[in-house]
Design a protein around this ligand. Structure first.
Ligand SMILES: C[S@@+](CC[C@H](N)C(=O)[O-])C[C@H]1O[C@@H](n2cnc3c(N)ncnc32)[C@H](O)[C@@H]1O
Length: 268
């Protein structure tokens, strides 16, 4: 129900303008008067929504050369499915993790925690799924929506606050393109460190666009260090440099993203 709340302001505005127009106002005046009437109501509604905002973590946000996405936190879960990154996309990502009950799972750059929650459900009460993200706003939303077995904390991929060999599976979903090349390298080395020998890494991210239309839209991103390596198809090279082998690609999504899996130590 709450996911439809955003429709309230435009519908209220349209309804008020319609009633005023039926009362005899010209269409333009009806819209202006409706705005004057509805705006104070919107301010009250905004105030109530803000009061319901999740609490931010009390620790300071960690420094990173990556690009945190805190501003998107309130709308992230709403717009992702509209961009084609809905339940089917999440289901495919989770399936590639080959999760089993009792496993220890980490999601780096977890955002609002969609994937971490699915991982927690898959590993059950004897397992654990931890999501880290540098954006306090993302972690606040993730904690508000957390399910049993899912934990969220502030953190950055390039300095993971975990012991060596402490996870069976790591997910990096749509987050490597938020990192400049040196941070991609440093972050993937950290992922390698916290995975147990034979542990599995699942990456889904921007790749070389599969068709000319995507190239037309996305070629400017070649000039941006965070995305250039992705668009040049270099994610497997980043993975190999961090010590992962072999790297397998498991198809594409929307002709723009690819799924990869790989292992620490080459074991399957
Ligand atoms: C597009 S979101 C993806 C969120 C989530 N993994 C998903 O699949 O929906 C990218 C996330 O990476 C996070 N991020 C940016 N820099 C990071 C860093 N250095 N370490 C970890 N996460 C980072 C951003 O804050 C953002 O939440």
């Amino acid at each position: 129900m709450s996911r439809w709340l955003w429709l309230c302001p435009p519908l209220t505005l349209a309804l008020a303008a319609g009633i005023l127009w039926r009362w005899g106002l010209t269409p333009a005046s009806a819209v202006v008067v409706a705005l004057l009437l509805v705006c104070p109501a919107l301010l009250v509604w905004g105030g109530v929504a803000l009061r319901r905002r999740p609490e931010y973590p009390s620790e300071p946000a960690p420094a990173t050369r990556g690009m945190p996405l805190g501003w998107a936190a309130p709308v992230y879960d709403w717009y992702c499915p509209k961009l084609g990154l809905g339940p089917a996309f999440r289901a495919k990502t989770i399936a590639l993790g080959e999760l089993k009950p009792g496993m220890q799972v980490l999601e780096v750059g977890c955002g609002t925690g969609v994937l971490t929650r699915l991982a927690a459900a898959a590993v059950g009460p004897d397992g654990r799924a931890v999501g880290i993200d540098p954006a306090p706003e993302m972690i606040a939303v993730a904690r508000q929506k957390a399910v049993a077995g899912a934990q969220f904390r502030l953190g950055v991929i390039e300095a993971l606050p975990f012991a060596d060999a402490s996870f069976d599976v790591v997910f990096a979903s749509a987050m490597l393109h938020h990192l400049p090349p040196a941070t991609k390298d440093a972050g993937l080395k950290e992922v390698f460190r916290v995975l147990r020998p034979g542990g599995r890494l699942v990456v889904v991210d921007l790749d070389r666009p599969a068709n000319p239309l995507w190239w037309l839209l996305f070629f400017p991103l070649l000039a941006w260090p965070m995305t250039a390596g992705n668009l040049r198809g270099e994610i497997p090279d980043f993975l190999a440099r961090a010590g992962f082998a072999p790297v397998a690609r498991h198809g594409r999504w929307l002709g723009l993203l690819s799924f990869w899996t790989t292992h620490k130590g080459g074991a399957s």
